[in-house]
Design a protein around this ligand. Structure first.
Ligand code: NAD
Ligand code: UDP
Length: 331
């Protein structure tokens, strides 16, 4: 398809896990893409294959700081901005909580202001974490959430809530045409082995024969979406010409206990790893499942990749990465 042919698109966080897949998807649809990233969790290797692509550019910058002048030049054309910049895994976003919060608040404001100047459409990658530890299940976009504003996850959850507020204020005042995607747990190739999220942790532990760590008793639930499905959701939401009217959940509505996920991955890897219990992190949400009725009605979007297929591809990718690290150790 050519939904983005000739469009000039800025992807903040473009060297990250989701951002790099989004850059690939946009390029394959004919867009010209600028990835902007500070590489705190992103990696050059995620976009290495795009180095010779004439429609791709990379800018190293932090969205907390004033944006590079080259982006704001009168000669620069930007039709669309995707804001994915923000560390997303709990250990990474908690490593520098102030930076995480400012990325969502100050960084989002800078990109919204750029969108206003350029007359660009703006999409914020928000999160299911805005629902906190939800008292409503499954989570519809109309639910206001149950977030601890002072706990260790707040820098991320409250940052994203504030980023949504800013985004909708820009829309309300008629300054920018906006979209907000509330993304639920997404997995796939290019996650980092040291990412700390559950799918990458369990796969890497199972492949290495290390203990598989389950936090708590493993009865907490999440709903896991494969990365290519999520990227397609991003494209449809950005390209949609209908009135959106608020945030849109993007995620897989099949819910799974973390303990079940661990058992499935262990079997798929044919691993002899032990499954061990570790303390549940503070404020860890008990349940999480998106209601994706809005995404389905507005965008005709539903995830297409069964968990078994997505996990198989992700396991194969991590196995390949392990082999590469073994045969070509870093200098
Ligand atoms: P990621 O950590 O792989 O990607 C984030 C990217 O943003 C990285 O490349 C990082 O270097 C960059 N970045 C962070 N702060 C920045 C800053 N201040 N300036 C410039 N670049 C910065 O994470 P991901 O899983 O790809 O997540 C991408 C986005 O999607 C994030 O905004 C995240 O909150 C959101 N999200 C992801 C998931 C998921 O399951 N993957 C779920 C909900 C929301
Ligand atoms: N989790 C786990 N073992 C791990 C990493 C995470 O049991 O090695 C749990 C975590 O406590 C949470 C769930 O898996 O209940 C999903 O964690 P993740 O960090 O992937 O996403 P989030 O908590 O942000 O939804």
């Amino acid at each position: 398809m050519n939904r983005f042919k000739g469009k000039h698109v800025l992807v903040a966080g473009g060297a990250g896990f989701l951002g790099s897949h989004l850059c690939d998807a946009l390029l394959s649809e004919g867009a010209r893409v600028i990835a902007l990233d500070n590489f705190i969790t992103g990696r050059k290797q995620n976009i290495h294959h795009l180095e010779r692509e004439p429609r791709f550019d990379l800018i190293r910058a932090d969205i907390i700081s004033p944006l590079p002048v080259s982006l704001q030049s009168k000669r620069r054309k930007i039709d669309q901005i995707f804001n994915l910049a923000c560390a997303a895994s709990p250990p990474h976003y908690q490593a520098n909580p102030e930076h995480t919060l400012l990325t969502s608040v100050v960084g989002t404001q800078r990109l919204l202001s750029l969108a206003e100047t350029m007359g660009a459409r703006f999409l914020l990658a928000s999160t299911s974490e805005v629902y906190g530890d939800p008292e409503v299940h499954p989570q519809k976009e109309s639910y206001w959430g149950n977030v601890n504003p002072t706990g260790p996850r707040a820098c991320y959850d409250e940052g994203k809530r504030a980023a949504e507020t800013l985004t909708f204020d820009y829309e309300r005042s008629g300054r920018v045409n906006v979209r907000v995607a509330r993304i639920f747990n997404t997995y796939g190739p290019r996650m980092r082995a040291d990412d700390g999220r559950v799918v990458s942790n369990i796969i890497c532990q199972a492949l290495a024969g290390d203990d598989i760590t389950i936090y708590g008793d493993g009865s907490q639930t999440r709903s896991f979406c494969y990365v290519s499905d999520l990227a397609e959701g991003f494209l449809r939401l950005m390209a949609c010409e209908r009135e959106i009217g608020g945030a849109v959940n993007l995620g897989n509505s099949i819910e799974l206990m973390v303990g079940e996920l661990a058992a499935r991955i262990r079997t798929m890897v044919d691993s002899s790893s032990r499954i061990v219990m570790r303390p549940l992190p503070v404020d860890d949400p008990r349940r999480r499942r998106p209601d994706i009725t809005r995404a389905n009605k507005l965008l005709g979007w539903t995830p297409q990749t069964p968990l078994a297929v997505g996990l198989k591809a992700t396991i194969a990718w991590f196995a390949h990465e392990r082999e590469r690290a073994r045969t070509q150790p870093a200098a």
